[in-house]
Design a protein around this ligand. Structure first.
Ligand SMILES: Cc1ncc(COP(=O)(O)O)c(C=O)c1O
Length: 360
């Protein structure tokens, strides 16, 4: 039996994708071996490479002057890659960041391994329950880029539209890529770890404006070097073939469901249903300022926090998994990625209601 899976990631995959993968597991498209057991340079795998990129380009309307890379090392690898690929350190350039929470801070921390990194605005003083007003971002003249975390997976705050800036914009879209349209042309780089909305962990997606390739002036590990990846079809070494294959199936699924616009409408409905219930309940509480609430990750607490463990245990018994808040914050979190069906959100709301009503 499949449960309702609200985990933050690695997250639920569309059932149709899992079924297709299962049907092709032993004999991938008539070759008598699985996709994990053939060369990444074979004609069969090359088709996956070409088709996955082409489908992603259609889904996100990626302009031709952007390269699409499939690097290893997750989003954390990209925290380092953006600095090494984009910063001209000898010219005194610095990477700049908007600090919106846990993941933005992790990106800053990684950047600081290589030199200075500037935080142009932070919502730390507001407990990361909002996004700093762009009119207060003071980006220095020597900025190589401005980095934003489009959705804070743990804090549950999300940019509701593409942020305004004249500087090269770099975005971590790990937890909201393909959940709504993004105007790619507004960004220098968009990257995402796969394991929320794109597929299994082990692979990432990096979309980079080609004019930025070769900008960095320091040695870059080969597997993180955008130019090498661009020239070698993201195969600086043996890629995570299974993760790549599944990501391709997920892209096909999104397209067959009607694309990113359809995902966005569904995601809006799912999030609105859950927030509306939480707000009127009096039993549960989401503390994020309304204008910045994430449609992908909904963290909340029980007003009586001593009941959290009992709640999570009852949820598991009732067929809901992955509702534990991130280990750094505790509480509860429901992640509503593309693969989460509206019926699952409805079932969750009913469960939340029942649990609240049965409380002593
Ligand atoms: C917004 C965001 N950025 C970065 C990461 C780190 O991703 P990875 O584990 O792929 O390095 C995560 C993981 O949860 C995330 O949610």
């Amino acid at each position: 039996m499949r449960v309702h899976n609200f985990t933050g990631g690695p997250a639920a995959l569309p059932e149709a994708v899992l079924q297709r993968a299962a049907s092709e597991l032993l004999d991938f498209r008539g070759i008598g071996a699985s996709v994990m057991e053939i060369s990444h340079r074979s004609a069969e795998f090359s088709r996956i490479v070409e088709e996955s990129e082409a489908t992603l380009r259609r889904l996100m309307r990626i302009p031709d002057d952007y390269a699409v890379l499939f690097p290893q090392g997750g989003a954390t690898g990209q925290f380092a890659a953006i600095v090494l690929n984009l910063v001209k350190s000898e010219a005194g350039e610095v990477p700049c960041y908007v600090d919106t929470g846990y993941w933005a801070s992790r990106a800053v921390k990684e950047a600081k391994r290589y030199g200075d990194a500037v935080i142009v605005a932070s919502s730390k003083a507001q407990n990361y329950r909002q996004i700093p007003d762009p009119s207060t971002w003071h980006v220095p003249d020597n900025a190589a880029f401005l980095h934003v975390t489009l959705n804070e997976t743990i804090g549950g705050v999300e940019y509701q539209s593409d942020p305004p800036t004249d500087v090269t914009l770099v975005a971590d879209a790990s937890s909201n890529i393909l959940s709504r349209p993004i105007d790619v042309s507004r960004y220098g780089v968009i990257y995402a770890g796969a394991q929320k909305n794109l597929g299994p962990s082990g692979i990432a997606i990096t979309i980079v404006r080609k004019s930025l390739l070769g900008r960095g002036d320091r040695p870059i590990p080969t597997i993180l070097d955008y130019t090498t990846l661009e020239q070698g079809r993201s195969m600086a070494n043996t890629p995570p073939v299974f993760a790549w294959y599944i990501a391709g199936l997920v892209f096909d699924w999104v397209e067959s469901e009607g694309g990113v616009e359809v995902m966005a409408k569904r995601n809006d409905r799912k999030a609105q249903r859950l927030y509306a219930f939480l707000d009127q309940s009096g039993f549960y509480q989401n503390k994020v300022a309304n204008a910045f609430r994430s449609r992908m990750n909904v963290p909340f607490i029980l007003q009586d926090e001593s009941r959290t463990q009992a709640f999570l245990a009852a949820a598991r018994d009732a067929g809901f998994i992955g509702l534990e808040g991130h280990r750094s914050v505790g509480g509860v979190r429901a992640s509503l990625y593309n693969a989460i069906r509206e019926a699952s959100v409805e079932a969750l709301v009913n469960f939340l209601d029942e649990f609240a009503s049965s409380a002593p």
